[in-house]
Design a protein around this ligand. Structure first.
Ligand SMILES: Nc1ncnc2c1ncn2[C@@H]1O[C@H](COP(=O)(O)OP(=O)(O)OP(=O)(O)O)[C@@H](O)[C@H]1O
Length: 292
């Protein structure tokens, strides 16, 4: 009998989880899975998850929520051989989308039985933060910061803060240090990408795979105001590689120094303004159930 611990975020995606909890219970009973459920809270989640893992000893820990919930579960499974499953119940579900995990709850639950394991890389950021999907500095991180501070959820809210962000200055002079090169550049947005697409569908890192042993540094250099819609067009249509304002570098290590602090977000969670980012790839750290 497979033992599954479900970590359910009651607020993700702005959705009530009442119906999902019933589905989960029916599924586990009919498939004879031994299961436990804990809901996340505003804080103290690492301690609660660690103590639930210790007492229940699950084989699979299931993140039921958005990218923030997946990140929370994953960082508690680093250096263990437990498996992680994902039920995408967030606003954007970026990593789940990249991994091809179905948005239908029943189909996603089925992966507990029929999924294959993909060992995902993780980017360690400033030592104690971990990124499974996408982190960035500047333009998008400011949107995420505003989004999280408000009570609004959903893609419409993201659009609202996107418009607000257009009128804020995000450009910084950056110094990038990679193992084989270092360079300086003025940029509006800098992405550390383990995955490829943002949850709203735009592909920021066409060469990105979350288990290929490296991550990408994607730099949106400072474009003149009249080029904004051209960059946006290339971004939304998956043609960033042909934009003169976009560059991508694959690496396993990266140090970034900005001339002034700038917003940083990791897997959709705003961490505040930073002027230094140190990123190191931890290869194949989280055994994740994905469609076979
Ligand atoms: N019980 C709770 N009450 C308030 N906030 C919570 C609670 N549980 C978790 N959170 C917060 O939820 C956030 C994570 O949400 P998550 O990313 O899973 O969903 P989302 O933001 O709707 O989706 P996505 O990241 O895919 O856009 C974290 O900031 C966490 O602190």
């Amino acid at each position: 009998m497979k033992k599954c611990l479900f970590i359910v975020n009651p607020i993700s995606g702005g959705l009530s989880k009442k119906q999902f909890l019933l589905e989960l219970e029916n599924f586990c009973r009919s498939e004879q899975l031994e299961y436990g459920v804990i809901e996340t809270a505003n804080e103290g989640n690492d301690t609660r998850i660690q103590s639930a893992i210790k007492s229940f000893q699950p084989q699979v820990v299931v993140a039921c929520g958005g990218d923030g919930t997946v990140n929370l579960v994953a960082r508690n499974l680093l250096n263990t051989d437990m498996e992680m499953a994902i039920i995408p119940l967030g606003s954007a579900n970026g990593l789940a989308g990249d991994l091809g995990i179905p948005s239908d709850n029943q189909k996603a639950l089925q992966l507990l039985l029929s999924g294959k394991i993909r060992a995902l890389d993780v980017i360690a950021i400033n030592e104690d933060e971990y990124c499974l999907h996408l982190s960035d500095l500047g333009f998008n991180a400011t949107i995420v910061e505003n989004f999280n501070r408000s009570n609004l959820r959903g893609q419409l809210a993201y659009l609202l803060f996107f418009l607000k962000s257009l009128f804020t200055d995000h450009t910084r002079n950056y110094h990038f240090i990679l193992p084989d090169q270092s360079f300086q550049k003025k940029a509006a947005m800098v992405v550390l990408a383990n995955g490829s697409r943002y949850g709203f569908g735009a592909e920021v890192n066409p060469v990105g795979r979350p288990d290929d042993g490296h991550f990408e540094l994607c730099v949106f250099s400072n474009y003149p105001w009249y080029a904004f819609f051209s960059v946006l067009f290339h971004f939304l249509t998956g043609q960033l590689k042909s934009s003169r304002y976009y560059e991508v570098f694959s690496t396993e290590r990266l140090f970034i120094k900005a001339d002034r602090p700038v917003e940083l977000q990791v897997d959709g969670e705003p961490l505040g303004p930073f002027d230094e980012v140190n990123a190191i790839l931890l290869p194949r750290r989280v055994n994740t159930l994905v469609p076979a």
